[in-house]
Ligand binder design. Structure first.
Ligand code: SAH
Length: 349
């Protein structure tokens, strides 16, 4: 008989798996075998575990669930081979991931929630709120499925897909623990970037943990009045509080904090905004990433002209603020998160 609430086996560390398997009296080498199947060979079912006996596989399937993501749709950019995946979860929900190729290797942008509750006005992921948070296994599975798809190692992860990672704090931390573990894909924590809209108490908690990951904060405006117009979260924690938490993070971890700044025509792209932003970040261990805003069908935000972006960049540079303009990857496949899931939802309606 199947257990009704099956344990999510891919969210377990090796020590936790070993504890769970004690009830079956398996020899201890089975723990290594099963963990390898899940986290090295990326098995999606117990039936794939061919060096485990059939009886054992049956027993495992009765007690455990392997959470997977299935490729429901894949778009490959003809310009730069960026891949955008629409993944289906075991319960039929959909999430998105984007795989990008850089000089230093592959980087995947993964989702942490189905939808999002943060309500940023320019973002397609949040239009219908958050359906649920992802389990650690479901965040891992995005990396595993994409690695399998390209048959290559992916060395960098950005938690910058659908959802707010700090609104799914425990599962995101467990994911980081699993993905950096030497028993699994053994990714360097330095190659992980976590992006947040600015949930201050959670930034503080993260700083205290002193993990060598990069914190990226979606700022998008240099003054509260403007930021609150597009980012409701700013009504709870204003820019001063967010920046104080970032300084604390940089001091405790000695890591440079990144600030995302989506350039929206006529909204936040003036020379005055650039001066204000430079003033805010002056003297801080920081880096600004300017992102031409992606057009989303449901809203009316338009990307800034290249000339305004250049001017904005130059002002920051002249004030000695480290700044880069994000290269637009996958422009032909609409590779910004939330949009593929929405078009899929709209079609099914
Ligand atoms: N919730 C987290 C991570 C997911 S959003 C956060 O807010 O950081 C990832 C990044 O994409 C954020 O910087 C977000 O503000 C930005 N973003 C959302 N919609 C966008 C759009 N239409 N164009 C450009 N950037 C967008």
């Amino acid at each position: 008989m199947d257990k009704t609430n099956k344990t999510d086996i891919k969210s377990l560390t090796k020590a936790e798996l070993s504890d769970e398997l004690k009830q079956f009296d398996f020899p201890s080498f089975r723990v290594d075998q099963i963990y390898d199947w899940l986290h090295i060979k990326f098995a999606d079912s117990f039936d794939e575990m061919t060096n485990v006996s059939k009886d054992m596989r049956k027993l495992l399937a009765e007690y455990f669930e392997i959470k997977t993501v299935k490729i429901a749709k894949k778009l490959v950019s003809e310009i730069d081979s960026t891949r955008k995946y629409l993944f289906e979860l075991n319960d039929g929900e959909y999430i998105e991931s984007v795989l990008m190729k850089y000089k230093y290797g592959y980087s995947i942008c993964v989702s942490t929630q189905v939808g999002c509750n943060m309500g940023c006005k320019f973002c397609a992921s949040t239009l219908n709120g958050c359906v649920r948070s992802l389990e650690p296994s479901e965040i891992l599975s995005q990396l595993y499925a994409a690695s399998k798809d390209i048959s290559q190692r992916i060395s960098h992860i950005v938690l910058m897909g659908m959802g707010e990672p700090l609104d799914n704090f425990d599962n995101v931390l467990k994911f980081i623990e699993l993905v950096t573990n030497k028993d699994g894909v053994n990714l360097s924590a330095r190659n992980i970037t976590l992006s947040t809209c600015g949930i201050v108490p959670k930034i503080k908690l993260l700083a205290d943990m002193n993990l060598p990951i990069t914190l990226s904060v979606s700022l998008h405006a240099p003054v509260d009045e403007l930021r609150s117009k597009t980012m409701p979260v700013n009504n709870k924690w204003g820019i001063d509080e967010v920046l104080a938490a970032c300084k604390d993070y940089a001091n405790k971890t000695s890591r440079r904090v990144s600030f995302e700044y989506a350039m929206i025509k006529g909204v936040n792209d003036s020379a005055e905004c650039a001066e204000q932003l430079a003033g805010l970040l002056s003297g801080m261990l920081a880096h600004v990433n300017l992102i031409p805003v992606n057009n989303v069908e449901e809203n009316s935000f338009i990307r800034s002209d290249d000339s305004s972006i250049k001017e904005f960049e130059n002002i920051l540079k002249s004030k000695h603020i480290a700044v880069t303009v994000r290269r637009t990857l996958g422009a032909d496949i609409n590779a910004s998160c939330g949009q593929l899931r929405r078009s899929n939802q709209n079609k099914r309606r």
